[in-house]
Design a protein. Sequence first.
Length: 250
Amino acid sequence: MTADPLRAVPVEVAARRPPLDYYLVLVLVRRGRSESTGVAEGIVVEEFTRHRDSSTSGLDSVGWTPEAGWWSSASLSRGLRTDPELLARVVPVPRGEAEDVYRRLGGGRLPDEAALRASFGVHQPFATAAPLRLGPAQAPAGFSERRVYRVLFAKDLREDQVEDLRTTWWTAELDTGPRAPGSVAAGHLERGGDHFTWDLRRVGNGLAWCLDVTALLTTDASSEVGPTLYELTNAVRQRGLIPVTTERFS
């Protein structure tokens, strides 16, 4: 059985509701032709809502700055995925770093995740459509269903961040197995009899990144799809990209 490169928490923890996503909003200080980041001026907290098949149905968010306190960040969440200037000022961080910034900026103790969810403002629904067909419709022998997901990301990755993902996801089988065209990092694992493979690559003439995930499921009601998609998405997010949506292709 393939070792699981994603499992950083016990199985019973991964099965619960995924943690929220945290971002710092930075002040950019320009000095001549160079640009450096100053201290954070606020935080944004987000959570994607999901259909039963784990594709994205919408986005909830809330922002905080010392002057305004907590406020609805729906427009900011939209902008940080489309506006290059805003993208340059937003950095994904773990909760611990968001807690430190919140305390340093005078907010005190960052509310727990239940309280943050209760403070979400305007929900942003995403347009939905029937899954597109990408690849063969039938699952291979031994599996009941084949699904293909694509997670789209905004922003860009440095080569050292790509190399970090390659190292994190690497297994010996990847050196001999097929790779998707343009793939820069890939991985695969088995969980509860389900098989997952994925590739990270650029799309849109280099303007964005995507993570394509193929899931071969032993049952139609597999509980491993959601946690696996979250962990893969979060691994990329932790290297600096901002997730936009998760689409299902089959």
